[in-house]
Design a protein around this ligand. Structure first.
Ligand code: SF4
Length: 386
């Protein structure tokens, strides 16, 4: 394609976005051509971002809990997992879990993000107990826990249906599900990375079932390893199709691959330009997902901040105790203060708004930071006001 053909093709896409028409697989693949200027894709993504979320930059105050790193699987991109007998392997006790809940409460956290390994010797009841323990002791904290990979494992352990498992966890206190484990759906890639764990059909079916029983979920894509543009766009379209059916995804989070300490450590980590291009294209392709998150832990603070002008409207949270990406060489800090995350958003020209896990505005007592409540949904009421 010569330069004027390239310009004409981009104009077609711009016209579609401006008139709110859906982009196709071919459109998405075209936008990954490095000859298409990133700044122009970014400007287009920003148009959609501001149409959907105004000038707001969302963040939350949250903490992570990875109760065990012992895992039956050996995903090639994973630096977190451990074998049972490896000295690196650990399992949290109830006391340690309670201590984490207390620390989160004292820090004013509204959310605990809970994911981990699939421990050979821990029955489903242990994973359920952990949710119940936290919920009973810290009922205000929203528990966003267990990816579809874990739910698939629980299904295998209990020999019950996905619906039964999800309803049982919901009864124990589960509030919503994170979007991990999606990696890349296309079998050409998935079979190379993690052929044994929950397959694409299972991942999508578990999220669909979660939406059907009233659990909101997030969705992700791990990019920058062995996949090509075609696989990324195919992945986004599969998510978009499910969202058309259920409307249950609240945010999409593109996850940049970190190679250190993984079986793919010969691969170079994606560049900042690739990160921004992927964020922007995600915003353009996922016309039915309200939020796009620039997960600062993976992207780095600087890229995440710029991403607020490339389609992203959310920086994730202050985060405590993140292990999974730090084990894979992430050099970001393990925690951001509330002031720091608000400054990052303000400096990017956006209005910082604290949200809870299900995107309601958080209202805090000015004199007691740990005293908070959830207000109205930020979608789309708040956007009109900023
Ligand atoms: S990504 Fe998750 S399922 Fe795969 S090896 Fe790591 S901990 Fe286990």
């Amino acid at each position: 394609m010569n330069n004027s053909e390239m310009r004409a093709r981009f104009r077609e896409i711009r016209d579609k976005v401006e008139s709110e028409q859906r982009l196709t697989l071919d459109d998405g693949i075209f936008l990954y051509d490095p000859a298409v200027p990133l700044a122009e894709i970014g400007a287009l993504a920003n148009l959609v971002r501001e149409r959907k979320n105004g000038n707001v930059g969302y963040y939350n105050i949250n903490t992570h809990l990875n109760p065990t790193n012992v895992c039956v699987y050996r995903c090639k991109f994973c630096a977190f997992r451990s074998d049972l007998r490896n000295p690196k392997g650990y399992v949290f006790s109830d006391d340690q879990i309670i201590a984490r809940g207390q620390e989160a409460t004292d820090a004013g956290c509204t959310e605990m993000h809970i994911v981990g390994g699939l421990h050979h010797q821990k029955p489903y009841e242990w994973y359920r107990h952990l949710i119940e323990l936290l919920h009973e002791n810290f009922p205000k904290i929203h528990l966003k826990g267990w990816t579809a990979v874990e739910i698939n494992w629980f299904e295998f352990q209990t020999k019950k249906s996905v619906k039964w498992v999800l309803e049982d966890l919901k009864a124990a206190g589960l509030g919503s599900m994170p979007g991990g484990g999606a990696e890349i759906f296309h079998p050409e890639v998935r079979d190379q990375l993690c052929e044994h764990k929950a397959n694409t059909h299972a991942w999508l079916d578990i999220h669909k079932t979660a939406h059907e029983i009233g659990l909101r979920t997030n969705c992700t894509m791990l990019y920058g390893h062995v996949e090509k543009a075609y696989h990324r766009i195919d992945h986004l379209i599969r998510l978009r199709d499910l969202q058309d059916e259920t409307g249950g995804f609240q945010v999409f989070i593109p996850l940049a691959f970190h190679p250190e300490n993984t079986k793919l450590d010969h691969i170079k980590k994606p560049s900042g330009l690739m990160d921004l291009r992927t964020l922007a294209i995600s915003r353009l392709m996922l016309d039915n997902v309200q939020h796009i998150k620039a997960y600062w832990i993976m992207l780095g603070i600087e890229t995440a901040q710029i991403a607020l002008a490339y389609g992203a409207d959310d920086l994730d949270g202050t985060v405590r105790h993140e292990l999974i990406y730090h084990d894979a060489g992430a050099t970001t800090p393990e925690h951001l203060t509330v002031d720091k995350i608000k400054d990052l958003i303000t400096e990017a020209g956006r209005v910082p708004v604290e949200r809870d896990t299900v995107y309601r505005r958080v209202i805090r007592d000015e004199n007691d930071y740990t005293n908070w409540s959830s207000g109205e949904s930020v979608d789309p009421v708040l956007v009109a006001k900023v």
